[in-house]
Design a protein around this ligand. Structure first.
Ligand code: AMP
Length: 185
């Protein structure tokens, strides 16, 4: 199973990705968590991406594409993965497909967790991560509408998009998701 999870800050991508990763016994890769961790470590990647996260902006495509490429070449991802927060732009989506072609792999589904903007804001404010501060959350939601949602056409045209109502409880969202995924196996 190879799944990309799409949705705004607070949409529940991490929660659902983690559950799917346990269910299907495949790695959960959250680009946001990895980047925040690299910033705390002050690694070279962390220093490069810090200004973007601190401003609620997307990290440049080139950096993200190179990062995902080296990550998906690791042996632990050979049997499948759940990508949480990647791709975020049409360019990243296309590049991911090129990489999968090269690896002779195929994306199973792009899962969009649909959640109203006011709920995204409420849920993000209830957390206290590096970039969960009100003005940054607003910018991240803006990036979702301007840069990420236009990418949905890409998956819709290829018949790969699963739209899930993400405003319910985590258990209900998981149920919907498993029902739709199992129906498609
Ligand atoms: P997230 O936790 O997925 O909302 O990601 C937190 C932050 O990490 C985003 O606001 C971006 O600055 C950065 N980020 C995570 N994934 C990506 C990506 N695929 N492309 C660009 N920036 C990303």
């Amino acid at each position: 199973m190879r799944i990309v999870m799409l949705g705004g800050p607070g949409a529940g991508k991490g929660t659902q990705a983690q559950r799917l990763s346990q269910q299907f016994q495949i790695p959960w890769l959250s680009t946001g968590d990895i980047l925040r961790h690299e910033i705390v470590r002050q690694s070279q990647l962390g220093q490069q991406v810090q200004p973007y996260l601190e401003q609620g902006q997307l990290v440049p495509d080139e950096l993200m594409i190179a990062f995902i490429r080296q990550r998906l070449l690791q042996p632990d991802t050979a049997q499948g993965w759940i990508l949480d927060g990647y791709p975020r732009t049409a360019f990243q989506a296309e590049e991911l497909d090129f990489l999968l072609d090269e690896l002779e792999q195929r994306l199973s589904w792009a899962v969009l967790l649909e959640v109203e903007e006011s709920i995204l804001m409420q849920r993000s404010l209830a957390r206290s991560r590096l970039d969960d501060e009100p003005t940054l959350i607003e910018r991240r939601i803006q990036a979702l509408f301007e840069q990420t949602l236009p990418m949905l056409d890409y998956y819709e045209q290829r018949g790969r998009l699963l739209r899930i109502n993400g405003s319910l409880t985590p258990d209900q969202v998981e149920q919907q998701l498993l029902t739709r995924l199992n129906a498609s196996l």
